[in-house]
Every structure is written in C-alpha cells, then in structure tokens.
Design a protein around this ligand. Structure first.
Ligand code: GLV
Ligand code: MN
Ligand code: MN
Length: 417
C-alpha cells in the first residue's frame, strides 16, 4: 500500500481544497466569511460539491450547515466528524476548515484503501462557530443539535437584524432539510482542529488530544452619555461615552491580568455619532470572558460588570450590560479521547500531549447530545485568527491517518460489540 505522507493523492487533494476554500471570501484581498454571507454560501456550495465528488450523500439546512454521509451497510448510530467554515475577519485558512476537509480526507483515504465502513459516518460543515456577525457563537452546531432556542433567534447584528430574520431572508432555502441530532442519536462527535497554541510545536508533536474546553461568556456593553459640540463644551461638563468606554476596556484588561488563567477581551468598539468634532454620545463594546472553571468565570463577569458600572456612574453615563451568550466548560469523553490516543499511537506517534482548549469549538455544543473528543494539529507559532495561520502538509497527513485509524477502530469495535 502506498505510504500516506504529504505526497499521497488524498493528502494533496485535501491540501488543495484547503487552499481553495481559503480563497473564498466576502472581501477581496483577505479571508472573511461571516454567517450567511455570500462568501459563506459559496463555501457551503463548494464543500457540498466536494462531498458529492467523494461519494458522500450530501444535504444542507437553511442556515447553510452542510452534511456528507457515508452510509454503513449495517446502519446504527452515526459517528459525526465536523467543524466550522465561517471565519473571523482577516482569518487564516485552517481554523475550522481543517476539521471539515481532514474528516472528508479520512473517509477518502479509507475508501481508496478499500476499507469498508459498516456504520454511518457523517462529516459536518457548520455555518457559524466564530459568532462574528451576531457576537453569539455556535449558531450552526446549535441548529444541528436542536438547541438554537428563541433567545438566540432574537439576537441582533450590527444592523439590527435578528438571527431569525437573517435565516429567513438570507438562508439557503432551496433544497434545504433540517439536520438535527438529538441526545442518543449520535455514537460520538469528533473534531479535528488546529491547536491555536504553542504546546505541540514546543514538544515537537504533530498531534495532541483535548481533555477540556474553556467556558465563555460573550457580552455587549452600551454606554450612553451626551453628544455635544467638541469645541464649545467645557471638559468638566462632558458626559463622554467613549472616554468612559476606554476606562472600562482598561478595567477589563486589568481584572483578567490579575486573575490568571482568566482571559477577557474587548474586540469591537463602536462609537456614535462618530464625528471628529462631536463629543461621543454612545459607545458600544463587546466582551469575551473565558476561564476553564465556570464559577471563576461567573465571578469575573460580575466583577467586570461592577467595575464598568462604577466607572459609568462616576462619569455620569448610563450603562446597559447585556450577556449575549454563555457556554459552560466542557470535558471531553475519556473513552473517545483514549481511542484517539490509541489511533495516534497506532500510526507511530509516541507520547501524545493532552491539552486544554482556550478556544471554543463546535464540540462544546455537541457535548450536550453525544460524547465528544478532539484531535489538535500543530500550527506554526500557535498563531490563529490571523492570515498567517499555518500548518504543514506533513501534519495534515498525520492527522488524516490518525482520524482514519480512529474511524476504523470504532467501526471494528462497534461491529464486534
Ligand atoms: C473561536 O475560535 C473562539 O474560540 O472564539
Ligand atoms: Mn475554530
Ligand atoms: Mn476561531
């Protein structure tokens, strides 16, 4: 059998697909694909076409989630592998995309090696994980687990459009069918993802497994002061919403800096009216607060809210502190994690690092309906959410081989069991 390295046809094809997908964008000159954008639709159509080319049974839902199924001769609960194809703004090519393309490649590899599958295996490409448009994350996988509830449907984007209206008016409705897995309907959910950290690089390992994924709170804070003439309003009389927001941003940073491993980020700030010669009357900023321990995260959210309220009070601006979404920390399934380690060992990898993830993943949502496990792939300098995000074709080959070995192992054990 041909060795499966970086030059194997399956790996070359997967690599080329990753590069091509990375060129499908909402903007020219940089990679950005947000929920329900035209770039996202083109990416979903491309993924569907590739899945069909690989002989999978393909469908999509109205959000643009796509699924390719390899039917098993004997039926049974599907093993689901997936990740997201939406991106951050000015993104790299691998965050999310790797998990979809590498999963397809694992099935492709098994097919080219004549390895039959007796149980169904599904590859899912989720339409939203980053949550850039609505600052509410996991909309794609939430729809696929039947947990996109009424509160999330009412969250609004920067133009005031709700998630529900966006799906209604911009969704992929032609030929759509619901893709929903309820508790007990999935054998397990596996996700292949770039590490987005430096541990694998530092330990010289191409792959790691994940034991837990951080919880996160996403919020939006709006401060309202008074818009006035920048030339005529004396400094002591101002109620400058942006100056108050600036103080809040520094308070958020200081709180996180003093409470490791807490991390807290203000990633977006909108100012109104946005004129150089007017005192800003309104400032709205996002909050992203994460901690491996849920109670510590909740305490941090309360402390940050109190700090922002005290700054707003002193500066006489009104504050609206809104929690957009909260996700609890998730523990990966020990049995499936062990299976991933065994699979990595079976292709010659020694001590596979066991890591915690500070990034959110679709596995968080699937953990509500199935055991989940994750395979991390080394990325250059740990850099992610950046156009220079980089992996090697060699590491892609190793990840695809390990995933294929895991699917094979499960298929065999399910059959025997
Ligand atoms: C997704 O990458 C996230 O962790 O925000
Ligand atoms: Mn991701
Ligand atoms: Mn990401």
């Amino acid at each position: 059998m041909e060795p499966v390295g970086k030059d194997h046809p399956v790996i070359r094809k997967a690599w080329d697909r990753l590069q091509e997908l990375g060129g499908i964008s909402d903007e020219s000159g940089r990679l950005t694909r947000v929920f329900l954008s035209q770039g996202s639709r083109r990416a979903a159509e491309k993924l569907s076409a590739w899945m069909r080319e690989d002989g999978l049974d393909v469908c999509h839902d109205a959000l643009g989630n796509v699924r390719g199924r390899r039917h098993g001769a004997e039926g049974g609960l599907p093993l689901v592998l997936g990740s997201h194809y939406d991106t951050v703004i000015d993104a790299g090519r691998y965050d999310g995309a790797l998990g979809i393309i590498a999963a397809m490649a694992a099935l492709d590899l098994m097919a080219t090696q004549g390895k039959a599958i007796t149980r169904p295996v599904d590859v899912l490409g989720f339409a939203d994980e980053e949550g850039v448009r609505f600052h509410a994350t996991y909309l794609g996988s939430r729809a696929c687990t039947g947990t996109l509830g009424p509160a999330l449907m009412e969250v609004r984007d920067a133009n005031g459009m709700t998630v529900a209206d966006a799906i209604r008016s911009e969704g992929w409705h032609e030929g759509a069918q619901d893709i929903v897995y309820r508790k007990g309907e999935v054998a397990a959910y596996l996700e292949i993802h770039i590490e987005q950290g430096r541990v694998l690089e530092e330990t010289g390992q191409p792959l790691g497994v994940v034991f837990s994924i951080c919880g996160q709170t996403r919020g939006r804070v709006t401060l309202r002061g008074r818009t006035e003439h920048a030339g005529t309003t004396p400094m002591p009389l101002r109620r400058d919403a942006l100056a108050a927001a600036a103080e809040c941003v520094l308070a958020v940073e200081a709180h996180a800096a003093g409470n490791a491993p807490l991390v807290a980020t203000v990633g977006k700030l909108d100012v109104r009216p946005g004129a150089g010669n007017a005192v800003p009357g309104e400032a709205c900023f996002t909050l992203d607060i994460r901690h491996p321990d849920d109670e510590s995260r909740q305490k941090a959210v309360a402390a940050i809210k109190e700090a922002c309220a005290s700054i707003s009070g002193r500066r006489q601006v009104a504050m609206d502190f809104m929690i957009v979404q909260e996700s609890a920390a998730v523990a990966c399934d020990p049995e499936w994690t062990e299976r991933l380690i065994d699979s990595a060992n079976s292709i010659g990898l020694g001590d596979v690092p066991v890591l915690s993830s500070g990034a959110g993943h679709d596995a968080v949502v699937f953990s509500e309906v199935a055991p989940v496990a994750m395979l991390f792939v080394r990325c250059l300098g740990g850099l992610s959410h950046h156009p220079d995000e980089s992996i090697t074709r060699e590491d892609l080959a190793v990840a695809v081989r390990a995933a294929a070995a895991c699917i094979e192992k499960w298929n065999r054990q399910a059959h025997e069991g």
